[in-house]
Design a protein around this ligand. Structure first.
Ligand code: IPM
Ligand code: MG
Length: 353
């Protein structure tokens, strides 16, 4: 297969983990006889510095022409500490999501047996937790009507029926292919937008009689996720709730540096780690590349290249088992590896197995 990949490395640790991701993807492609081309493009603070725009038109064109986007991270301290900034790196990510119509963000939360001790939760609670959060990505407060003055500001959480139906279809579909349990997370006891979500989900549920559908308020879901993470199979929720719950989900596994995601919808899909740009670590070769590398596995899944995806996951498992780990997940008494060294090890493992 020929794969044309847009590589949006972005800011902070982005370029380092991006290199590791590309290296792994190249190893898989040469092993399985695929031809991949990689086209770099600017996004985030890097793009603001070069062009004044966090998602330049040229980047949009490169994304639209690609089969998939391998995205890393955006965000920079210069902007974080300046609420007055007119343009922000994060706007690049939001513009990309909106312009590519990426309404479905798939965020799997999986635990690794050998890392259970890294979770702040008791190992017996976390063991075997394996769920997917499906986050609506182009609606809600992120994109609703906004107003900002010195004395008053608001963001609007608006959803239309087609927006809700299409994301729920994705979620029911995932539930069907997994353990057939869907949890619709909302705040229907307070929010009108949530009541519409719940109403539509209730209308659609009979079309999926093989799926057990339940409904949970978001505050309760936040609690249940850490009390009993194994309860969940597939959860679906609106944009802001999904943003918050997936950060919570990531700590269940022990490190934010482990979780990949896929954003899919109308145009080119994007594969990215769920973590941010960690500017403090930029250039230090200490960031964990595993989330980025597992995003490459999700990319292969998207193109129905199951063996290729499995090769990536096996190599990641082997690296963890062999203690080839960055400092965030290394055990005491073992020397931590750098970002590039972990990427190289995983790429070599794929080439040699
Ligand atoms: C995420 C991030 C982004 C979001 C930021 C960087 C805009 O937190 O992908 O979860 O809020 O969606
Ligand atoms: Mg987030």
């Amino acid at each position: 297969m020929k794969l044309n990949i847009a590589v949006l490395a972005g800011d902070g640790i982005g370029p380092e983990i991006s290199r590791a991701g590309v290296m792994v993807m190249q190893a898989v492609c040469s092993k399985f006889g695929h031809e991949a081309t990689f086209v770099p493009a600017l996004v985030g603070a890097a793009a603001i510095d070069a062009t004044g725009n966090p998602f330049p038109d040229e980047t949009y064109d490169i994304c639209m022409a690609a089969d998939a986007v391998l995205f890393s991270a955006v965000g920079d301290l210069r902007f974080d500490n300046n609420p007055q900034a007119k343009v922000r790196p994060e706007q690049g990510l939001l513009a990309m999501r909106k312009k590519l119509g990426l309404f479905a963000n798939i965020r799997p939360v999986e635990t690794f047996g050998c890392l259970l001790h890294k979770s702040p939760l008791r190992p017996e609670l976390v063991e075997g937790a394996d769920f997917i959060c499906i986050r609506e990505l182009t609606g809600g407060m992120y994109f609703g009507e906004k107003f900002e003055s010195d004395d008053r500001a608001y963001d609007t959480c608006a959803y239309t029926r087609p927006e809700i139906e299409r994301i729920l279809r994705v979620a029911f579909g995932y539930a069907r292919r997994r353990r057939r349990h869907l949890t619709v997370v909302d705040k229907a006891n307070v929010l009108a937008s949530s009541r519409l979500w719940r109403k539509i989900a209730q209308e659609m549920a009979p079309e999926y009689p093989d799926v057990t559908t339940d409904y949970m308020y978001v505050d309760n879901a936040a609690m249940r996720m850490i009390q009993e993470p194994r309860f969940f199979d597939v959860m679906v929720t609106e944009n802001t709730f999904g943003d918050i719950l997936t950060d919570e989900g990531s700590v269940i596994t022990g490190s934010m540096g482990l979780l990949p995601s896929a954003s899919t919808g109308e145009n080119t899909p994007v594969f990215e780690p769920i973590h941010g740009s960690w500017p403090q670590a930029a250039g230090k070769d200490i960031a964990n590349p595993v989330a980025q590398i597992l995003s490459v596995a999700m990319l292969f899944d998207y193109f129905n290249l199951a063996d290729e995806a499995a090769a990536v996951r096996q190599a990641v498992d082997a690296s963890l088992d062999s203690f080839v780990r960055t400092p965030d997940i290394q055990v005491e008494g073992k020397e931590p590896y750098g970002t590039q060294a972990v990427g190289q090890w995983i790429a070599n493992y794929i080439s040699n197995h």
